[in-house]
Write a protein that binds this ligand. Structure first.
Ligand SMILES: Nc1ncnc2c1ncn2[C@@H]1O[C@H](COP(=O)(O)OP(=O)(O)OP(=O)(O)O)[C@@H](O)[C@H]1O
Ligand SMILES: [Mg+2]
Length: 242
């Protein structure tokens, strides 16, 4: 098991963002997460990465309890993440942004940072923008940069927070192919996405959150057909519709 959450709970005042969440992610898996706005999806990533400390429960990475481990050390331990709202260093170039991420993340080993970041630029379709200031990028390229920065930390597991929204169908298709390929190379993927058709073309398991609670977890098509999921996420009440 690469990631395990056991009884993770967190509230901000009256808002419960995580309610006794148990979640296991196997190494090499591609897991999707959906849920209405405010369901606690991004908060779950904050709890996994260490931005937020749970009120109760534990987060383990590769069998090691990291609940009290810092953000940086969780990154070094192999968790990469892209943010729902891209957060590049706007006054640095694309390449410099990757160098910063690669220094923050794991040791480069025999490969130098330049080589690592150069190859990620190629893979994410950003090579032509290497020397562009991140603040000047188009939406698609900002999303690519979010992904590239996550990869520059050399993660075993990458958490992607809504990276397909706002893209054209062709751009979305390209993104899906890339994520699928990463997964085939052995990177574990956990992907929060409202563009459900894109998500379902990659993931082999789907989790649904509602008010910080996990209300479904299983095979994606079965989960999408679950009456509670249809009511919560799609607003379809099967009893009324019948
Ligand atoms: N640091 C915080 N302090 C107070 N409330 C917070 C904090 N972080 C999140 N919340 C609240 O917790 C709830 C869940 O937020 P979260 O961002 O996890 O939702 P989400 O499922 O990612 O939603 P979306 O689909 O809109 O991105 C929201 O009501 C949000 O306002
Ligand atoms: Mg969110």
């Amino acid at each position: 098991m690469i990631l395990r959450l056991a009884g993770v709970s967190k509230r901000f005042g009256a808002v419960v963002v995580a309610d006794k969440i148990d979640l296991d992610v196997a190494r090499g898996e591609a897991l999707g997460i959906i849920g209405a706005n405010g369901a606690g999806k991004s908060s779950l990533f904050n709890l996994i990465t260490g931005v937020v400390t749970p009120d109760a429960g534990t987060v383990s990475l590769g069998g090691r309890d990291v609940t009290k481990v810092s953000l940086r050390n969780r990154c070094v331990a192999g968790i990469g993440r892209s943010f729902q709202i891209p957060r590049p260093f706007e006054s640095l170039t694309v390449f410099e942004n990757l160098l910063v991420a690669s220094e923050y993340g794991r040791e480069h080993g025999h490969r130098g940072a330049n080589e690592l970041c150069g190859s990620i630029l190629e893979r994410t379709g950003l090579a032509a923008q290497a020397n562009t200031l991140a603040g000047k990028l188009t939406l698609l390229n900002r999303k690519r940069l979010e992904m590239a920065r996550a990869l520059a930390t050399q993660p075993d597991i990458v958490l992607l927070d809504e990276i397909a929204g706002g893209l054209t169908e062709a751009e979305c298709h390209e993104l899906v192919a890339f994520i699928r390929q990463l997964n085939q190379e052995g990177v574990t993927i956990v992907w929060i996405e409202h563009v459900v058709h894109a998500l379902l073309s990659v993931v082999s398991r789907l989790v649904v959150l509602e008010f910080g609670r996990k209300i479904a977890d299983g095979e994606p098509h079965a989960v999408m057909n679950d009456p509670e999921v249809r009511r919560s996420y799609l607003g379809i009440d099967d009893e009324v519709a019948a």
